[in-house]
Design a protein around this ligand. Structure first.
Ligand SMILES: Nc1ncnc2c1ncn2[C@@H]1O[C@H](COP(=O)(O)OP(=O)(O)O)[C@@H](O)[C@H]1O
Ligand SMILES: [Mg+2]
Length: 355
């Protein structure tokens, strides 16, 4: 152990997000990793579960969820952030946390909200700050910054807060898509994750339904030209110096990498990806540049497309709290790069403390 007392890690998971279940799986894996023999000498863990309605549960119940003794879905619905209580964290013991490890995928967490809250505790956290998290979550702003830096991306259009009940507005959107993009197109809510709210649209008649679906999650909508691609991912860890992991590829049997294929089917993860070393080098450089551009550090997974016909690299997105489940790409990439999951979580804490 480096200097004295064990560090207490505050693991925050669950959350008022459509990626709630994934977060629980991620937290289970990280919790186990901190409880590996070697890590037990350096760390203790306190768990903080936020249920689907946004209520924080105490650490005893939270830990029981992580070890499978308590079913999270049985926690009863309460008011979301009880308005009558000024301190909604009342009763939650968080004074003795040395380092926070927020594992809240998606909205109300990964988007920077948890990072803002943690700032008030004046304790470090694993991951990046408010700005990087918010930009990494918002596809429209992320892409705007990438295009400013001329990083390679697919062609896209943005429609923000349009009134889809207005016939003229609908026609204008459809016309613009037909004029500027080729089918298929992907219609995406600007803020979401795990492919939720995304549709692959093959012709004009499917556009409106896809817009409605995206708008249910976010009224700011991104439309991208859909290409035939391989999906390539690269892990990042570090602070003043960013390190890149091995490069991985994910193969799936579905038409695109939708929610079901992400979590319920037998994907094939290939690490290292079978691509030539020049392209790998370029991917790693873009991964670092894109993280720096958005002020992302700590840890992240940068996702790329490799266009099948041209072998062209296109930057897709950065995930600032990547999946940490047993089958997730991020821990696998680091394992292939020489860091077992127990070492990885310890390293992430060291990075947050600048050790
Ligand atoms: N422009 C595109 N061309 C081809 N496939 C795409 C495109 N955009 C998205 N997809 C498919 O949809 C998946 C999810 O899109 P993505 O933007 O990564 O959303 P999320 O943040 O939910 O993961 C991608 O992994 C890919 O399979
Ligand atoms: Mg993605």
């Amino acid at each position: 152990m480096i200097g004295g007392k064990k560090k207490c890690i505050g693991l925050i998971f669950g959350g008022h997000s459509n990626e709630h279940e994934v977060s629980i799986s991620s937290a289970k894996t990280v919790f186990q990793a901190f409880n590996a023999q070697k890590n037990k000498e350096r760390f203790t863990v306190k768990a903080f579960y936020i249920n689907k309605y946004g209520d924080w549960l105490d650490s005893d119940i939270s830990e029981k969820i992580l070890i499978g003794e308590f079913k999270y879905y049985k926690t009863k619905k309460q008011k979301i952030f009880n308005q009558e209580k000024i301190n909604f964290l009342e009763g939650i013991e968080f004074q003795n946390i040395d380092v926070w490890f927020p594992l809240l995928h998606g909205i109300n967490g990964e988007d920077g909200s948890i990072h803002g809250l943690i700032r008030f505790t004046r304790k470090p956290l694993v991951g990046c700050g408010i700005i990087g998290s918010a930009l990494g979550m918002d596809k429209i702003l992320m892409k705007t910054i990438f295009s400013n830096l001329k990083l390679p991306q697919v062609n896209y259009l943005v429609f923000q807060n349009e009134d889809l009940n207005d016939k003229q507005v609908k026609n204008k959107i459809i016309d613009e898509i037909l004029k500027k993009l080729k089918f298929p197109v992907f219609v995406k809510p600007s803020n979401s994750g795990s492919s939720l709210g995304i549709s692959k649209v093959k012709n004009e008649s499917e556009i409106l339904l896809a817009l409605e679906k995206a708008r249910e999650i976010d009224p700011r909508i991104l439309i991208e030209e859909g290409l035939e691609v391989r999906e390539i991912e690269c892990g990042i860890i570090g602070n003043s110096k960013l390190l890149t992991s091995e490069i991985g590829e994910v193969n799936y049997s579905s038409e695109w990498y939708d929610y079901d294929s992400k979590y319920h089917s037998d994907n094939k993860i290939i690490i290292p990806a079978a691509i030539d070393s020049k392209i790998k080098k370029e991917i790693k450089e873009i991964a670092i540049r894109s993280c720096r551009a958005l002020n992302i550090f700590g840890f992240a997974r940068v996702d790329f497309f490799l266009e099948k016909s041209s072998n062209k690299i296109l930057l897709n997105e950065i995930n600032t709290i990547p999946g940490f489940t047993k089958n997730s790409m991020f821990p696998m990439l680091w394992e292939a790069s020489g860091l077992k999951i127990e070492q990885l979580v310890a390293k992430l804490v060291d990075i947050s403390l600048d050790l």
